[in-house]
Write a protein that binds this ligand. Structure first.
Ligand code: FES
Length: 165
């Protein structure tokens, strides 16, 4: 049989067909295995922590009235494959026996950390001299709005704040 006749023979067509089927099935199997595997390795990079949780700051009874108390707390940060812990500070301000607020120490201008001055009875931002009153209201400087307040709850005299992380 000549080469030209063999090239168009039923055997050659069957071989081509089987090769095509094998390649097609192999491609589907590779996709079934490969897509989840790629997702498994890539998806952590796209994840960031977005949950909220309550964090205990301490007892209300331990906070003096009209004397802001700075309290440190930790929040877990998940950014892609990186898990880290961040220390933040909040101010508990007790207004009377039962009334209190919890303020962020982050300046609303460019997020520098404010501190409480016992002497001047204000929060001071060291970056551009933003000044806030005891409840976080603006007194002077560039900050565009009062200090942020945390959502709070009180359980058995324990103060909790709601934080993202
Ligand atoms: S960052 Fe606080 S005044 Fe600018």
């Amino acid at each position: 049989m000549s080469d030209v006749r063999r090239a168009h023979s039923p055997e050659m067509n069957r071989r081509s067909f089987l090769t095509g089927v094998i390649l097609w099935v192999s491609g589907i199997i590779a996709a079934i295995i490969g897509v989840p595997a790629i997702g498994y390795f890539v998806s952590p990079a796209l994840k960031t922590s977005k949950g909220e949780k309550w964090i205990a700051l301490g007892k209300l009874g331990d906070v003096a009235i009209k004397k802001p108390k700075a309290v440190n707390f930790q929040i877990a940060i998940k950014d892609g494959w990186i898990n880290s812990e961040l220390t933040e500070t909040a101010f508990i301000v007790r207004e009377d026996q039962s009334k209190y607020i919890v303020l962020s120490n982050q300046c609303t201008h460019l997020s520098c950390k404010v501190y409480w001055s016992d002497e001047k009875q204000v929060y001071i931002c060291p970056c551009h001299n933003g000044i806030y009153d005891m409840e976080g209201g603006n007194i002077s400087g560039p900050p565009p709005r009062p200090l942020d307040r945390y959502k709070t709850k009180l359980q058995d005299d324990q103060i909790f704040i709601l934080v993202k992380g």
